[in-house]
Structure formats: structure tokens, C-alpha cells
Design a protein around this ligand. Sequence first.
Ligand code: CU
Length: 167
Amino acid sequence: MATTSTDLVSRRSAVRQTFWLAGTTVLGQPLGVLAASSKDRVTVWKTPNCDCCSEWVSHLRSNGFEVVTHDVKDTAPMRQKLGLAKKFGSCHTGLLGSYVLEGHVPAREMRRLLQEKPQAIALAVPGMPTGSPGMEMGNARDAQDVLLVLNDGNSRVYQSYPQKPST
Ligand SMILES: [Cu+2]
């Protein structure tokens, strides 16, 4: 089925609306909860036995993000619901504000995203490249790109990480 940009826009506004409703709930919480800025909160959908997903969640927490995880049988339906194409797919899907996060996205690019607030749908690291946060194998790293997925469904490289041999 072809995805028209109108579909994409309506789906995006549905996501924003859901998020706005979630924000209303946050305002009903005690002050202590509000101390951590709600924009630093990440919601993650992952499968229950995904070790690299848990490692990525640890990476986010140790970088100051507040993370809520949901175990699901399959992350694909959530990814689709959030309007992200299958080709960007990885092992887990998340939400940071109204931005979708797919795969082993570094906390560094997430901070930059919050600062720059680009007009975009998502940050994605497709697949599961070695050496991405949560996919460490010694100090080796595959060449990998953190992609910024734009509102029209195209993507551009947000940050490139070169290959690094194991030492
Ligand atoms: Cu993974």
C-alpha cells in the first residue's frame, strides 16, 4: 500500500495528540516527578528477551534520560503505528517527545535533537550495527549512520560514525 504524505501528516498529528494527552497526565503528578523534565522522558517498546534493547535502555539512563519500557511480542506494529517505514527498522522502537527513536540511537544525537528540534519524524539506526550503544563488542565498531527521518519519509544522515577496528 502506498503511503501518501497526507496519510503521514494525519498519522503524525495523531501521535502528537496522544502525546499531548500524556502530557496532561504528567501535570497531574506530584512535583517530584516533574523535576526530571518531561522532554527527557523516553518510552520504549521492546521484546521481553532482547538483551541489546536492555543495554540500550541502560545507556539512556546513564545519560540522564528517564525511560519507561513496554514489553511487546513484536515491535513492528508500534513502529508502523508511529509512522516509521519498515526499512528503518531495528530491534526496538521508542518515543522522545513527538520524535520516534528506532534502534540503537546514541544519547548524544538524542540530546542534539532536543536542542535543534528539526522538522522530522524520527532518529533511526537501522539494523543492529556493532559498536552502537547497547551493541558493544570490545571496542570494534561498524561504520554506521544515525538517520534523521524527515516528514516526507526521506532521510538524511544526522551523524556518521566511521568504522573502527577491534584493538
Ligand atoms: Cu538491538
